[in-house]
Design a protein around this ligand. Structure first.
Ligand SMILES: [Zn+2]
Length: 251
């Protein structure tokens, strides 16, 4: 009796499953697997020039935006170095903590500047741990939301304080990119880079071309609070305040 009972139950449960199976379904692995391809190629590129040593001081800092006059096709924006609370800011949406810091730091800027920062930070052409970045649209067009097209060129002047001397060092930086690439963008970018460098060298504070030693950004907790402007640097090894350029005093 118990055996018959089990048998009956087995048959009952097997029948509906059998009926639901289409006749053509096979669990055998086919010789060739049909795969749909999905891909996105993002292309970011940029160029930065040699540095120009400047007579340091607040006047030289205030003159940075004027170096883009005649080249900028949109508003010229100044992005200041990021303080310690934004030391992990990265434009990478899959890392929510870093992405939130980045958005909190940059949501005030224009779409052009945000695009420029995504491109230029991704390719390590600017580092806001120590750079001040003056930025605009330099070539091409923006879409209906105001964001540069993939072949538009953005950029401007990045400046930092030389850790050895405290002089301001300026360099021209341009970048472009997105979902596509066009053949002549590189050539136009090179031309714009030369144009910006010409403007930097034409500044009354320019002392001449210099080799750049970019500061090494901090990996850890950050550095000191500037006694002059109150800026809390995320840059552990800085001798000079990334924001105002005054010498940082050590404990
Ligand atoms: Zn300062």
């Amino acid at each position: 009796m118990p055996l018959e009972f089990l048998k009956r139950r087995g048959n009952q449960s097997a029948e509906p499953a059998k009926a639901a199976q289409p006749a053509t379904l096979s669990t055998a692995l086919p010789e060739e697997i049909v795969a749909q391809e999905h891909q996105l190629k993002l292309y970011y590129a940029g160029k930065s020039s040699e540095g120009v040593r400047m007579k340091a001081g607040p006047n030289a800092m205030a003159e940075l935006p004027s170096m883009l006059v005649g080249l900028a096709l949109a508003e010229i924006e100044v992005v200041e170095p990021l303080p310690i609370e934004f030391s992990q800011a990265t434009p990478t949406i899959a890392r929510p903590s870093e992405a939130m810091q980045w958005l909190n730091a940059h949501h005030v800027h224009s779409p052009i500047t945000r695009h420029a920062l995504v491109v230029l930070e991704s390719i390590d052409a600017v580092d806001l741990a120590f750079d001040t970045f003056v930025c605009s649209l330099l070539d091409g067009e923006v879409d209906t939301s105001g964001y540069p097209e993939y072949n538009a060129i953005v950029g401007g002047v990045a400046s930092h304080w030389d850790e050895a001397t405290g002089d301001m060092i300026c360099r021209a930086v341009v970048g472009w990119g997105g979902r596509g690439v066009r053949g002549d963008t590189d050539r136009i970018g090179a031309k714009l880079l030369a144009g910006i460098l010409t403007n930097v060298l034409a500044s009354q504070y320019a002392l001449g071309i210099t080799s750049i030693e970019r500061p090494v950004p901090a990996a850890g907790r950050g550095g000191l609070v500037c006694a002059h402007c109150g800026f809390a640097s995320a840059h552990e090894r800085a001798f000079y305040c990334p924001k105002c350029g005054m010498r940082l005093l050590r404990g």
